[in-house]
Design a protein around this ligand. Structure first.
Ligand code: ZN
Length: 482
């Protein structure tokens, strides 16, 4: 190495040394920062609570504890993944709700019907066991979006009837014979007797509308007789099922008993067997013109609950764009295969038979609604009376000279078509008494009914014969027919 080479090595070394020193000094001057909090950890679902037993038709309600740290975050939506046997499906709730740092308790209500994307396999929460897999959630922080999964891995059971004790709000009126009554509470009566005591009687009135399960338990060995209206029941087992024939509007419950016990307590339960019909709705622009179907069904339910203890609940809504003819049977055929293929039902068709079919995967009836003026206002197709599971409603009827529905008529039309599902026939103005089934077939009849306040589209009553027909056909929805 000559001196020239030595010089350049020294200067290069010096340059490097100075550079390192410079960088080191520069680094030393940067103020120390706390490590940045990771944005993907801003929002966490810490805890999910829900009941593992539901009743048919109930929403699946989840109480979720949310923890938001450091930054503001927007919860975009949550998606529940569940399965029934081999069918896996999802339900999405869109939220787009912003939260500042803190803890929050949120409530999510999932419908009984699951179907999110075309690759999903539809099912409705009917009777039986279901598995909840995950709750997926999406949130954003400063326009960055994150997706997370909360593993649930839990089985839930859906039971047929809700168990509401109808005695919880009724007061017993006690008539004592030879014993004295020491206490009377809602659904519980204690009777103090003496040795000669062998007869007692008590009475209450229960506001009942339809099918109930009567349950009586005594504190010790007991034999007795229960009178409900004019019927007599021997109390050997403690459960008595009441059907529509037992019921008018109010029931008198009378209990006659004898016992050598000095004190007896009776516990009464009257379980409300409210029947829920899960509805799949297909709309062809119905809600562009008319009220939402769930709002219409709320009005229809007032009458079905009053007379039949039955309620209609929307499980799933599908929007469609029908471009076929104005023939309602064509719309009906279109809907059967369209809904069937979208929901992956067997043979890609809505299973159109009498009553509740397993092939419809937990849904009971299909309501198809269009805002177009069609051949008729509505239609139900079948060759036998009652138990059909699909009904069509249209915004106007060519048969009624194209007269369009008003919003106020929509619940009457729905009630009329749903009544056909349960076998109630069309009745005719001038022939039958005015009712929701008594149609004015001509424009003259329609105008006359309008003038008299007897238009079927403005009535909600049924004639007694149709009440009985509908009541007797509810059996088609008590269990699966296939
Ligand atoms: Zn009709």
């Amino acid at each position: 190495m000559n001196s020239k080479q030595l010089m350049s090595v020294v200067s290069i070394s010096l340059i490097i040394l100075v550079s390192i020193l410079g960088v080191a000094l520069y680094l030393y001057r940067i103020p120390k920062q706390a490590p940045q909090f990771p944005k993907e950890k801003t929002l966490e679902i810490e805890n999910v609570n829900f009941n593992d037993t539901l009743f048919r038709g109930e929403n699946l309600t989840m109480i979720v504890t949310l923890n938001v740290s450091v930054y503001n975050a927007t919860l975009v939506g949550v998606k529940l993944e569940a399965s029934k046997n081999e069918r896996i499906s999802h339900q999405y709730i869109f939220l787009n709700q912003s939260y500042s740092p803190g803890y929050y308790k949120l409530q999510f209500d999932f419908l009984p019907g699951f179907w999110q994307t075309t690759s999903d396999m539809f099912f409705a929460l009917s009777d039986g066991a279901y598995k909840l897999h995950n709750l997926n959630y999406t949130f954003s922080v400063d326009n960055q979006t994150f997706e997370k999964t909360m593993i649930l891995d839990q089985i839930i059971h859906v039971e047929k009837y809700s168990a509401v004790n109808m005695f919880s709000s009724s007061t017993w009126i006690l008539h004592n014979a030879s014993g004295s009554i020491s206490s009377a509470m809602h659904g519980k009566v204690t009777v103090v007797t003496n040795n000669s005591f062998n007869y007692g009687l008590l009475e209450t009135q229960v506001n009942a509308a339809s099918s109930y399960l009567f349950n009586i338990n005594a504190s010790s060995g007991f034999n007795g007789t229960l009178f409900i209206n004019k019927r007599t029941y021997k109390i050997n087992n403690s459960e008595i099922s009441l059907n529509l024939a037992d019921l008018s509007s109010m029931i008198n419950v009378t209990l006659v008993f004898n016992s050598s016990q000095s004190e007896l307590t009776f516990y009464f339960m009257l379980l409300n067997r409210k029947k829920v019909i899960l509805v799949t709705v297909m709309n062809d622009h119905w809600e562009d013109t008319f009220p939402p179907v769930s709002e219409i069904l709320k009005i229809v339910n007032i009458y079905f609950e009053k007379w039949f203890n039955m309620t209609f609940k929307v499980a799933l809504t599908i929007e469609t764009d029908y471009s076929g003819s104005t023939s309602l049977p064509d719309f009906f055929d279109f809907a059967k295969s369209k809904v069937g293929s979208m929901l992956n039902l067997p043979q890609n068709t809505w299973w159109h038979i009498q009553g509740r079919s397993r092939n419809n995967m937990g849904a009971d009836i299909l309501l198809i609604n269009t805002n177009k003026t069609m051949s008729n206002y509505g239609m139900v197709i079948g060759t036998v009376n009652g138990g059909f599971n699909i009904a069509a409603n249209a915004g106007g009827s060519l048969k009624a000279s194209g007269v369009r529905l008003t919003n106020a008529w929509t619940d009457n039309l729905f009630q009329h078509e749903i009544s056909h599902i349960f076998g109630a026939p069309d009745r005719r103005t001038g022939v039958d008494p005015p009712s929701v089934m008594t149609k004015s077939e001509t424009i003259e009849e329609l105008l006359s009914d309008l003038a008299n306040g007897t238009l079927w589209l403005e009535l909600n009553n049924w004639i007694p014969e149709d009440l009985l027909t509908i009541a007797s056909n509810i059996i088609f929805y008590e269990q699966y027919v296939d």
